[in-house]
Write a new protein. Structure first.
Length: 731
């Protein structure tokens, strides 16, 4: 059956996923060789990333509902930025633990600048929706309406829905001497209601929470919607009979939702995390969003009761919480969305003249396979690899890491089937994966009940590597098959995230993975590996050593160059090594989707460094390292970004590619990414990003180019299969 992609893409991982509070280390004076401002601040760089997302929403060449989706993504990203990054910064300021940052900025400067920049971007987003997108949607028969815009019959229908479904769920909470101000949960949408008692003439205040269990946008006609809070507001007299409603205003609070868990042992960690998840919703507020029509005295009450500073108040045009626009973006209007794309089975794993799935183990015994998602199907590669391993009676053991996976994961089901069939199954679940903690706890319990060996990794470290090792009994002895990837074992995000994965039977890699799994599940403390770079002990040093070798190659007159593709780069030691390479004359090309603390093109420091960012319908998620190495390229793929959390506080794995065709494939994608004819944003020396333009017309869309190559490859494969069948007399 054809594997059709769901609506496209989330632009940030889950959605922005600062997976832990990656503390910016204190400022260090590096002397006269490097200027004090050699680094951009990571928070402001992240906001620049989210601005690029907003620019996609503003791009009129993007299909209309995809512009709406990017608007929603922008909001979801910013929510998480406040819940984690701003919350963490505020917490450190309050504790007196915040020192001058690596960028040279004072923490309070960063906090203030982040709030100001966020305010500008949120106002820009609000104007985009209210002044442009709603009009463009209306022109295409999709109406986002206010209550006063509804036709009488539409109001009647909405009123019936309110009385039948919404009203019984609502709980109005009064505020008076007998009723203290209620707790406002994080990211909940609320109505602040002001009313007057017509008998006493006294004014009263109440809060009504908009139930999150209902769709935010209420359908009142074909492709006609009104916000749920407006329906509730129109029926406040039913909630407060006998009272005179004098005002109502929507507001929304963002709270600190960063987890703080003390780890003592793996058994207690699970219970501690479960308790901390219950406390997460009670974190202190870090942002208050209110409708720009809110009365000053109501706002003053909220600010006082929430104990939040006026700097953290954001007055915005209604509606608030634009992450809800995913509901509109998901409408069945294919002409207003990206063209559907069907991932293809990798040619090395494709069925040959039959409809039965290829034997993964037979295919991998021939040679390694490099998978590129979402262009290569996850279902017919990685997922099939695990499914066949679970079902194969010759497979003795499966060892796997899980960081994030889907709610109906076939990977989990296969591991359970394998354990029930008597295979040895080791599953290393990272239960501290941000905002997936609760789901991962459930999976851990389910896997344990099925007989899997479930471990939670090393104390003090998140296990972020993407690994699967299969041990199979074959006629010539045991053989091990491995998968090492840049992305999670999640079939849903594998359709939306761009990632690479290597399927291999290389014995040295298998030996390394065996040692690493023993390290993660037992008491081994191996830090050196044959074919892998493994954090926290070996990734930073391995990368810096490779950079230094490029400098040596260049000085010796041999080919030299560095190309890097990551989600984010913050680590000062790696950045300084890249500055040294640039000063030595080594060309450095970088594709950075998100945060970039490195400043390219600064005279005398980074003249030879170019940084680009590519965003689109798929989330560019793979991590690639390319070192020209005197003409014999060393190319690595893996799970690690160039951030402190990845290099110091996570278990990360990078594997070196050795097949020439795999190296050429990575090189081709990097060539396209850095080509001036490819649509991208370029980073300037001052830390500002500008979108590339061309006087010759539209620039090449990298992802669309790769989609077209995949389709052409599929067409060739079908033609070749037909020719073989014809030659064999089958048709």
């Amino acid at each position: 059956m054809a594997e059709v992609l769901p609506p496209p893409a989330i632009v940030e991982e889950h959605p922005s996923s600062p997976d832990s509070f990656d503390v910016d280390p204190p400022f260090v004076d590096h002397g006269p060789d490097l200027p004090d401002d050699r680094l951009s601040d990571r928070e402001l760089s992240w906001l620049a990333f989210n601005q690029r997302v907003l620019e996609l929403a503003e791009d009129t060449s993007v299909p209309l509902l995809e512009r709406v989706r990017f608007t929603a993504i922008f909001s979801g990203n910013l929510d998480e930025f406040f819940m984690v990054r701003i919350a963490g910064l505020k917490r450190r300021l309050a504790a007196g633990l915040a020192s001058r940052r690596a960028s040279g900025m004072q923490p309070r400067e960063v906090w203030s600048a982040s709030l100001q920049r966020s305010r500008e971007l949120m106002s820009r987003q609000g104007a985009l929706l209210t002044e442009e997108l709603t009009e463009r949607l209306d022109e295409r028969g999709i109406a986002l309406l206010h209550w006063d815009d509804l036709e009488p019959d539409e109001r009647d229908d909405a009123s019936r829905v309110f009385r039948a479904r919404v009203f019984p769920v609502l709980t109005p909470l009064a505020v008076d001497p007998a009723h203290p101000f209620p707790y406002i949960s994080g990211l909940s949408l609320n109505l602040a209601v002001v009313m007057r008692n017509p008998v006493t003439g006294k004014s009263h205040f109440a809060r009504v929470k908009v139930p999150p269990i209902f769709d935010r946008w209420v359908t009142v006609g074909p492709a006609r919607f009104v916000a749920l809070e407006e329906v509730i507001a129109a029926h406040l007299d039913a909630l407060f009979p006998g009272m005179e409603i004098t005002g109502h205003h929507a507001f929304r609070v963002t709270r600190n939702e960063d987890l703080e868990v003390e780890e003592d042992d793996a058994e207690n960690l699970l219970k501690a995390l479960e308790q901390e998840l219950l406390r997460r919703k009670f974190g202190p507020p870090v942002r208050l969003e209110v409708e720009d029509t809110m009365d000053d005295h109501v706002l003053e009450l909220l600010v006082t009761e929430l104990d939040i500073s006026p700097d953290e108040v954001f007055r915005l045009p209604a509606p608030l919480d634009l992450a809800s626009l995913h509901q509109i973006a998901d409408l069945d209007r294919p002409e207003l969305q990206f063209e559907p794309f069907v991932p293809a089975t990798h040619p090395d794993l494709a069925e040959v003249e039959t409809s039965s799935p290829v034997d993964m183990f037979a295919a991998l015994r021939q040679h390694d396979v490099l998978i590129h998602h979402p262009y290569d199907s996850f279902a017919t590669s990685v997922q099939r690899f695990v499914e066949q391993a679970a079902a194969d009676p010759r497979v003795l053991a499966i060892k796997q890491t899980l960081y994030r996976t889907s709610g109906d994961s076939p990977i989990i089901d296969s591991l359970i089937d394998a354990a029930r069939a008597g295979k040895q199954v080791l599953v290393l679940i990272e239960i501290k994966a941000r905002f997936d903690e609760q789901a991962n706890i459930r999976w851990a319990r389910k896997l344990e009940r099925a007989g899997c060996h479930v471990v939670y990794g090393l104390l003090g470290l998140k296990t972020h590597c993407k690994l699967c090792l299969v041990v199979r009994d074959e006629p010539d002895g045991l053989r091990r098959y491995a998968h090492i990837g840049t992305g999670n074992y999640n079939p849903k995000t594998a359709r939306l995230y761009e990632d690479y994965g290597l399927l291999t039977t290389d014995t040295d890699i298998a030996d390394d993975l065996t040692d690493l799994f023993n390290n993660l599940s037992g008491y081994s403390r191996r830090e050196s590996y044959r074919e892998l770079m493994v954090a926290p002990a070996g990734v930073r040093s391995g990368i810096v050593d490779s950079i230094e070798r490029e400098i040596e190659h260049h000085r010796a007159g041999r080919p030299a160059g560095i190309r890097i593709k990551v989600n984010s780069i913050v680590d000062e030691e790696v950045i300084d090594a890249l500055y040294r390479a640039s000063r030595a004359g080594v060309g450095v090309e970088m594709v950075v989707r998100g945060i970039c603390a490195l400043r390219p093109g600064v005279p005398g420091m980074s003249d030879n460094i170019v940084v680009r960012s590519i965003l689109g319908r798929f989330l560019e998620h793979s991590r690639l390292l390319w070192f020209t190495n005197g003409g014999d390229p060393q190319v690595w793929i893996g799970s690690s970004d160039l951030m402190h959390r990845n290099l110091d506080r996570r278990v990360e794995v990078l594997v070196r590619l050795d097949r020439p065709e795999h190296i050429a494939e990575i090189g081709n994608v990097l060539d396209l990414s850095m080509d001036p004819g490819t649509d991208a944003w370029n980073l300037g020396p001052d830390g500002t990003w500008s979108r590339a333009t061309s006087p010759d017309g539209p620039l090449r869309d990298l992802q669309q180019t790769l989609i077209e190559r995949t389709r052409a490859r599929r067409a060739r494969a079908r033609a070749e299969a037909k020719a073989r069948a014809t030659a064999g007399g089958l048709v």
